[in-house]
Design a binder for this molecule. Structure first.
Ligand SMILES: Cc1cc2nc3c(=O)[nH]c(=O)nc-3n(C[C@H](O)[C@H](O)[C@H](O)COP(=O)(O)OP(=O)(O)OC[C@H]3O[C@@H](n4cnc5c(N)ncnc54)[C@H](O)[C@@H]3O)c2cc1C
Length: 289
């Protein structure tokens, strides 16, 4: 017989935060990671060790709006909702289309992907290059933290037990002129966990690089990004010469340290990651936003 568990589903965010403040609970948004994490034998319901709190229905966590040039995305927006929304950048939609299959996209949320902090989370490379910030709420107030500070390791995030991530903020993402790409290499185009993923962001002004960013997924415990390496390309004129590209590849060769696992080998991951970077630096792709 299935064991009983306590589950809370409040109508409002403040009630939910108050419960989280008084009891250590497992937050469930879409549940697509939580249910897998706690699954036991086939046919037996997952064993979740603490009371659970559902948050996916809270309207405060489902808004998508523009504030100046920043895009605010409610943490509990599902992938299917994001795909339908006109403000969501094309590159993010392209990344979402590679995630799972429609049934999971109808449940899984962007906030869940972030808080699950998988090294292979498909939204993460793009959120890193967008310099995403997260808005967290607790009964004590709210705070904003950069995604790169929030994600600390595989399944490890800087969240207090009484906090909920309420919004993902993409600064200046609605500004014109950036070219952004996302690439995922897996066994299939969708419904496959990434062997390697890559996001690149570049803004060019008068044939010179104004801003450039890249992040790699599934090749380390968290996304691999380096401000120091990116800085070396600022001001370079395009097209980049081989003598500009080669040192950047050599720099990343040193800091990308993938592992062998059931999905791929370290050698394959590193080779593909550097090939994706080389292709991006050739700047043949020109996707806006
Ligand atoms: C069959 C299958 C295929 C999948 N394919 C992919 C794939 O291709 N790419 C990919 O990246 N992922 C994939 N996933 C993983 C999963 O669907 C995503 O990570 C999804 O975004 C998780 O969102 P969720 O709302 O279901 O999270 P949940 O399972 O509800 O939560 C995940 C974690 O985040 C916490 N959490 C959730 N929301 C919040 C919040 N707002 N504030 C604080 N904590 C929160 C939860 O407590 C939990 O620890 C797949 C999963 C399945 C089952």
């Amino acid at each position: 017989m299935a064991e009983k568990i306590t589950a809370y589903r409040f109508d409002r965010l403040d009630q939910t935060l108050s419960q989280l403040n008084s009891e250590d609970c497992v937050i469930i948004a879409g549940g697509t990671d939580v249910m897998v994490l706690h699954k036991s034998r086939r046919g037996v319901p997952p064993k979740i060790p603490k009371p659970i709190v559902f948050i996916d229905h809270l309207s405060e966590l489902k808004q998508i709006y523009q504030d100046k040039k920043d895009l605010h995305i409610g943490a509990c927006c599902t992938y299917s909702e994001l795909l339908e929304h006109p403000l969501i950048p094309l590159a993010l939609k392209n990344a979402i289309k590679t995630i799972a299959a429609p049934a999971i996209r109808n449940r899984g949320t962007l906030g869940g992907n972030i808080c699950n902090a998988s090294p292979a989370g498909d939204s993460l490379p793009l959120l890193y290059v967008y310099n995403a910030r997260l808005l967290l709420h607790s009964i004590n107030g709210n705070r904003i933290v950069a995604i790169s500070d929030f994600i600390q390791g595989p399944r490890r995030v800087g969240r207090f037990p009484n906090e909920i991530v309420t919004e993902i903020i993409l600064p200046s993402v609605l500004e014109e002129g950036a070219h952004v790409v996302f690439e995922k290499v897996g066994n299939r185009n969708a419904d496959a966990i990434a062997k390697v993923s890559f996001a690149g962001f570049v803004r060019i002004s008068k044939d010179r690089i104004d801003d450039i960013r890249f992040a790699f997924g599934a090749v380390g415990p968290t996304m691999v990004r380096s401000f120091d390496i990116e800085k070396k390309l600022i001001g370079k004129s395009i097209p980049l010469a081989n003598s500009d590209i080669a040192p950047i590849l050599a720099d990343f060769d040193k800091i990308i340290r993938p592992i062998d696992d059931q999905r791929s080998t370290a050698v394959y991951r590193k080779t593909v990651a550097l090939n994706l970077l080389r292709y991006f630096l050739s700047l043949k792709q020109t996707q806006t936003n």
